[in-house]
Design a protein around this ligand. Sequence first.
Ligand code: AMP
Ligand code: MG
Length: 488
Amino acid sequence: MHTLDTLSFDNSYTQLPEHFFQRVKPTPLTDPYLISLNTEVAQWLDLDPCALKPDRLAEIFSGQASLPGADPIAMKYTGHQFGVYNPDLGDGRGVLLGEVINEAGERLDLHLKGAGKTPFSRFGDGRAVLRSSIREYLVSEAMHGLGIPTTRALCLVGSKQLAMRDGGMEPCATVLRVTPCHVRFGHFEYFYYSRRHDDLKILADYCLERYFSDCLEQDNPYLAMLQVIIRRTAKLVAQWQAYGFVHAVLNTDNMSLIGETFDYGPFSFMDTYKPDTISNQNDHKGRYAFSQQPAVVHWNLACLAQTLLTLVDKDALVKALDGYPALYEVAFLEQMRGRLGLAQAEEQDTQLVDDLLQLFTEQAVDMNRFFRRLAEFDGSEASLTKLMELLRNPAAINDWLLRYEHRLQREDQPAAQRAEQMNKINPEFVLRNYMAQEAIRTATDGDFTLVNDLLALLRKPMQPNKQFAYYAESPPDWAGAICLTCSS
Ligand code: AMP
Ligand code: MG
């Protein structure tokens, strides 16, 4: 076990050529205080949570003190934002403090988000506000609990310092993000569009070595790497679609090379299933609407593939990209079969799933509540009523349910076992916008209880919890009026 002073840093990204990044120290925030420590992430880093002092965490992760062994940098990357290439991006408010190797041999990046200005800040103040920091902190743990690949966070630090945002002055905060990978699609785009093909090869070799070492044995490791990225990313999007998650800002600089959900902004879990849900008020054309996610991620993968043109034959790149829709479809069907408790695969399952999604759409169903109740459905009147309560027109479920019951008859798995399996993957709790909103409101008033309670609750989202049972119910009316924007 380590303390913050003895973490074993081994910073490999700073060994890359100097123009891959800029060395920059965090700018201290005033009057910092610890809001929350994620003890599981602490243990992942081999930190003994009991030995971590709140004041020391606040001091270090507000930038007031430096972390021994860290070598902070702002990474350079570019990317396509809403379909338009922006050459001026890079870590504008986050710094990569360094890389820690844990006892399991994993190399983990520590990235301090909200650390102050960097050479890539452009017009920004380098800060992250408490509101968006709480959202990222909680949702990353919620996604992890759901089994959806994601970055995580060690801690959340608040401050009395204020920053100007759309709605006025807001308190600043930092999140210490932990993940093996901060390389984005946009890192590759930077070198491709600035025609630095030698550097692009250096970056690709670095990523192969660090993240895709299995590919090194392949005929063309770069192509093999792209194929793995496409497969992982297709599965990731399938999980988003299966759980009703809207990322909302799928710019290529928000796409992780290892297929994790990355850079949380105005995301949502849909309270009711609406394919055209746009979770970001600034996304006027709905480029990143829920239903668009699989296609727009395909487009993002094409941006990445294009950067490999000097390393991989064009036809091979195109072929790899052409494989994405089928990979996505297979992954999505697998997710939905799991949610429906189907252990065997049948060809007609696609239709069963499509019709269910149609029903969700027409009846404005809360999909996450639905699957939980479906597990309890045993043909009894009471269990049927529970399901019907989730529809505008209760009778609309009859046809589909009949087909589902017939389908279940062809399963070998006993009903009790099926229900148990379903409840292992269908959450009782997801981070609904209104829950995040309540945590933000109470934390802004200086009470961090709810942030910490939600962290614990969402870490085990399948586990019923009497104390917080109301979060498994339908959201309050005011939830519908919550308005999310890019402002963070
Ligand atoms: P995001 O919308 O958070 O994915 O950020 C897009 C780009 O803008 C990234 O390069 C960020 O580093 C940068 N950025 C976002 N907010 C700020 C800020 N407050 N100050 C400086 N740069 C920022
Ligand atoms: Mg971003």
